[in-house]
Design a protein around this ligand. Structure first.
Ligand code: SF4
Ligand code: SF4
Length: 398
């Protein structure tokens, strides 16, 4: 008890050093006027030749079509969604917004997962069906109301063998040859360096979408893999740049998102980023970053809080994998926890857990959790909290 109190006091004390710039932006504003001085900084997505501002829009958590319109009006020209986001409503919402927009004035990327991947190994299996992938992609095109997308990513890849899994890679190539997607890529937020290198070595893929932020413990490896892929002409997009968005699950202490985004973009081989802004004020902040990447002294101090506070971001470092004798998939549970408490995207949190048998989690039978998380998460406590989501009806989450 004494320990947890002093830890709380310590976090509170540490967080009081955060600048006003890091405080949560207000949630009300009907429109964004791009009145800030300066021009957007552009980079080119490798061999694709697509020229994009360094800040694009991750649409995943957004539900307001006006926010997408405001992003486009303010110069953002690359939109990222996925087949599974909001169970299809995200692509549908984009489809409505894009109806009246000139097709050559924006780029759109979506992601489709391969089915029946082995949860533990991340490898595709004999049951993985390219026809299922194809069918899902056709549904995505219909929802978007488009004949083609600019980029189609194989969603959430964590092993090099999955990058080059022939049945799915062939379908992606076929769709590219047919013009249903201009470019193909893989997305990854676990074991990223291996996936990035495999995509670069494949001579098949054009793009990689990867987690990249100031909290990652394997940044040296990440940077080498990103440089390697960029040298081979791969277009690189960074996601999870805000590293969980909040330091605490009460969402009282936001990460300095401006600083976090600027930090990711210091790497010139990150060609663009897809922060998942959900308010007009956040859009304004992100547009500001797209014009001025210089980190202030205070912003650098704010990011150093990572040395003292674990935050909500599971680094997906896999240090815990194999520690639980009952084989619980902890990184997936912790990623879901971040979606729930950091992003407040409860549906995404629940969907992330879809293949885990939450009703029969063995954690209650453990008097003490055997798992030591690399950043000190209370694994059992967090599992107990996130597992409750299974009891909530979808209609309350959507
Ligand atoms: S729970 Fe901890 S050890 Fe496991 S992947 Fe996440 S950060 Fe790493
Ligand atoms: S409490 Fe920890 S060791 Fe026990 S089953 Fe859950 S994750 Fe595994």
């Amino acid at each position: 008890m004494g320990n947890s109190n002093s830890r709380r006091d310590f976090i509170k004390k540490s967080l009081t050093g955060i600048t006003a710039a890091a405080l949560a932006p207000s949630l009300i504003k009907s429109e964004v006027k791009n009145t800030m001085e300066g021009k957007l900084i552009y980079r080119t997505l490798g061999k694709t030749g697509m020229k994009v501002p360094i800040v694009s829009m991750g649409v995943m958590n957004a539900e307001n079509p006006k926010l997408v319109e405001a992003a486009l009006e303010n110069g953002i020209n690359y939109l990222d969604t996925a087949h599974v986001y909001q169970r299809g409503r995200n692509e549908q919402m984009l489809g409505e917004v894009l109806k009246g927009v000139k097709r050559d004035s924006y780029f759109i990327a979506t992601k489709v997962p391969g089915n029946h991947a082995d949860r533990k190994t991340g490898l595709y299996t004999d049951k993985t069906d390219p026809a299922d992938f194809l069918n899902k992609f056709e549904i995505s095109l219909k929802r978007l109301g488009l004949d083609y997308v600019d980029v189609l990513f194989l969603h959430s890849v964590k092993r090099k063998e999955s990058v080059t899994f022939k049945p799915l890679m062939s379908v992606l190539q076929k769709l590219k040859n047919e013009g249903k997607t201009r470019f193909i890529g893989v997305s990854t937020h676990r074991n990223e360096p291996e996936v990035i290198r495999a995509a670069a070595d494949s001579n098949v893929y054009d793009m990689v979408l990867t987690a990249y932020n100031f909290m990652q413990p394997h940044l040296a490896e990440m940077d080498k893999a990103i440089d390697y892929a960029a040298d081979k002409g791969i277009g690189i997009v960074a996601m999870k740049t805000q590293a969980g968005v909040f330091w605490d699950k009460e969402r009282l202490n936001p990460i300095n998102m401006k600083a976090a985004l600027k930090w990711s973009l210091q790497n010139k081989n990150i060609h663009t980023s897809i922060p998942g802004f959900t308010t007009f004020d956040q859009l304004n902040i992100d547009i500001g970053v797209a014009k001025d990447l210089k980190l202030t002294g205070q912003e650098m101090i704010d990011l150093k809080l990572k040395d003292k506070v674990a935050g909500l971001y599971c680094r997906q470092c896999d240090s815990c994998t194999g520690q639980c004798s009952k084989g619980v998939d902890i990184p997936t549970l912790m990623r879901s926890y971040m979606y729930a408490f950091g992003y407040k995207n409860l549906l995404q949190a629940k969907d992330t857990l879809a293949e885990i048998d939450l009703k029969n989690l063995p954690c209650n039978d453990c008097s003490e959790c055997e798992v030591k998380c690399a950043v000190g998460f209370d694994i059992k406590g967090k599992i107990n909290e996130i597992a409750k989501i299974d009891n909530i009806h979808d209609s309350f989450l959507a």
